[in-house]
Design a protein around this ligand. Structure first.
Ligand code: SF4
Length: 268
């Protein structure tokens, strides 16, 4: 059970303020996110991160980001959530040590090897389980907690009732998406982009194939003749009107999707 509120002078007062975690594709966007109220910002490094098109941060950029964030009591999380292939193994330890020295608060990871070395290296970095692992239940969360992970970013497929159960029955930090684009498939299990454009969604290359327009056929009969083309993923998530309920449940961190989005999007 999470401690959300207490009685002060006879009135119930919410005492647990969730972290607002915003995306940023470059330093300019990061500064806007923090100036507009983000408690934390997640960014992608040049290496080991998804969204390779999101003008990812160099180590120097990350150091500047940390020092800017400190002025506002904000923190920086760095995504290291690619699924490692054999040729991605080189340099990961040095990279994690450099992030630690830079003062990054947390890394967001999906590959079990990165989870393991992040813990073995005994760094100050928190290790957050990426949404790419589609964590949807209390048992899976406990598994990651037993591995020493500090936070689980839930899969975007978790519905309200399951979120309520998860927050009732677990005591690890829980991060939940409240806004932005959705994968139409389970995150991290999609091969559409690899198939259509030879760009690996699990190594930062997703070409957003689920948002392209398609004609649909039943045998030779075109089903959308004269109608608008079919898109698999036409709607984004928008939970702004449900934030009071989510605060009541005790979500630890509200995450906004969109490292590739504009300054205006982030500020809004
Ligand atoms: S193609 Fe769509 S569903 Fe697949 S990984 Fe990319 S955004 Fe997600």
């Amino acid at each position: 059970m999470r401690n959300i509120s207490k009685i002060i002078d006879g009135k119930r007062v919410i005492i647990k303020k969730p972290e607002l975690l915003a995306p940023a594709g470059n330093l300019e966007k990061l500064k806007v996110a923090i100036r507009y109220g983000a408690d934390a910002v997640f960014v992608g490094g040049k290496e080991f991160s998804l969204r390779s098109g999101a003008s990812n941060f160099t180590l120097e950029d990350i150091k500047e980001a940390v020092s800017f964030a400190k002025q506002y009591n904000a923190t920086i999380h760095v995504t290291c959530n690619i699924i490692l292939h054999q040729d991605n193994l080189h340099g990961i330890e040095e990279y994690l040590k450099a992030l630690d020295r830079a003062g990054v608060k947390a890394i967001i990871v999906a590959d079990p090897y990165i989870m393991k070395i992040a813990k073995d290296l005994d760094l100050n970095l928190e290790v957050h389980v990426s949404t790419q692992l589609s964590t949807l239940n209390t048992k899976a969360i406990k598994f990651y907690q037993d591995l020493g992970m500090d936070r689980v970013v839930l899969g975007r497929e978790v519905c309200y009732d399951d979120l309520k159960t998860i927050l009732d029955k677990t005591d690890i930090d829980i991060e939940y998406f409240i806004h932005g684009a959705m994968c139409i498939h389970y995150s991290g299990r999609c091969m559409l982009s690899n198939y259509f454009s030879h760009r690996d969604a699990n190594r930062g290359g997703c070409s957003q194939s689920c948002r392209w327009y398609y004609d649909i056929f039943d045998s030779n009969q075109k089903l959308n003749e004269g109608k608008i083309p079919f898109s698999m993923s036409s709607k984004d998530m928008s939970l702004i009107n449900h934030l009071p309920e989510l605060i009541e449940l005790g979500v630890d961190s509200f995450k906004i999707e969109g490292r590739m989005k504009s300054l205006h999007y982030i500020a809004t």
